[in-house]
Design a protein around this ligand. Structure first.
Ligand SMILES: *Cc1c(COP(=O)(O)O)cnc(C)c1O
Length: 374
């Protein structure tokens, strides 16, 4: 069965539909290949100019409020969780956990020796929840887009939270594809290998004045906590103010990110990217609803992600065979997240993905289904 060869005229122009790392636009790769900056010092004006432009472009894309700063460092969103446990959570955090990524931050907090065990509110995969509000909570944390399940949650300060509680939003797969009002978060953080069309290894965060003040106090280490330099947000902020990172960043990641932000802004910024991801995702959700053997995995239409679309197949479809057949034809990475059932597919429709390629993907899926469903 894996011998099926999809007619070339049906295939998408670009077969990358992964949820991260995800499609990097060929134009950005070409710009990288001809960049004179690869192999030059990250402490010199060339690379620092790229970092400065990234910080300015992110601020423009998100209409960054006064007093907020764009801060960056090495290690990706996963490192930011550890950094938050050192530099942002004072005593106790409250997390919403509704998939693998939101769960991982709760787990990191639960293993931090100087913190009280976190409060964790859980929802089953495919559903969403927000963190519970309680006295004594100084950080509220959830993911704007839970990449493992395709659930998108709103960003807004929880009602009843203490005035000085911080809101930390994991926007790794949302940033550059779903809008957010930054005044509603104290740190909205992400890695650039999803909508932002770059490679991994970096974390970036919009940080509010309250987050920066909290970090300055906690990283002074008065409460005896261990503050390694790589997890010190205040040190990262001092470097970012000079358009640098604490230690050597991957220059290719920075150059690709800068290219992608330039492309987004040139085409209209947030309005452009959100219209594009809404268009792409709508095509798949409508297809799944019309298909007799498929349905959207996320039952509540209000929580369906515009950037990571999950679809469940019924018993007549061998979903692993479908994914394998598409892979053999150059359509990549639509297998479900590893913790989810195998009767699914997950399609990353980040800003780089052309909506017409999404329609071609669906045409290919129909073509294969006609041949594998008995
Ligand atoms: C991809 C992803 C992460 C992990 O990012 P890394 O760069 O691998 O650390 C964290 N959270 C969400 C929501 C993600 O999609």
């Amino acid at each position: 069965m894996s011998e099926l060869v999809i007619p070339a005229e049906l295939l998408p122009e670009d077969g990358r539909f992964g949820s991260g790392p995800a499609k990097v636009r060929p134009e950005a790769l070409a710009a990288l290949a001809s960049s004179p900056l690869m192999g030059t010092s990250h402490r010199r004006p060339g690379v620092r100019g790229v970092v400065a432009r990234i910080r300015e472009r992110l601020a423009e894309l998100y209409r960054m409020p006064d007093g907020y700063q764009v801060i960056l460092g090495n290690g990706g969103a996963t490192s930011f969780w550890d950094l938050a446990c050192v530099s942002l959570i004072e005593r106790r955090s409250s997390h919403a956990s509704y998939g693998s990524f939101s769960r991982k931050f709760a787990s990191a907090a639960s293993r931090t020796p100087w913190l009280r065990p976190p409060l964790v509110t859980e929802a089953p995969f495919g559903q969403g929840c927000l963190p519970a509000v309680e006295d004594g909570i100084d950080v509220y944390a959830w993911a704007q887009n839970e990449t493992s399940t395709g659930v998108a949650m709103p960003v807004g300060r929880p009602a009843g939270a203490a005035d000085d509680a911080l809101v930390l939003i994991d926007a790794t797969s949302a940033a550059g594809g779903i809008d957010a009002d930054l005044t509603q978060a104290d740190a909205l953080y992400f890695s650039p290998q999803k909508n932002l069309g770059s490679d991994g290894g970096l974390w970036l965060s919009f940080c509010s004045p309250a987050a920066l003040e909290r970090s300055a106090r906690l990283t002074a280490g008065h409460d005896g906590r261990w503050v390694p330099d790589t997890l010190n947000l205040t040190l990262a902020a001092a470097n970012a103010a000079k358009d640098q990172t604490l230690n050597t960043p991957a220059l290719a990641t920075l150059i690709l990110l800068d290219e992608q932000l330039g492309w987004m802004l040139e085409h209209g910024g947030m309005g452009f990217v959100t219209a594009r991801t809404a268009d792409s995702s709508r095509r798949i959700y409508e297809w799944a609803q019309a298909c007799p053997c498929a349905r959207p995995f996320v039952a509540d239409p209000a929580l369906r992600s515009p950037v990571v679309v999950t679809v469940v197949f019924d018993g007549t479809v061998d979903a692993p065979l479908l994914c394998r057949t598409l892979r053999a034809n150059g359509i990549l990475d639509i297998e479900p997240y590893r913790a989810l059932g195998t009767d699914q597919m997950r399609v990353g429709v980040f800003a780089s993905v052309d909506p017409d390629d999404v329609s071609r993907l669906l045409g290919c899926i129909d073509w294969v289904l006609e041949r594998i469903v008995d």
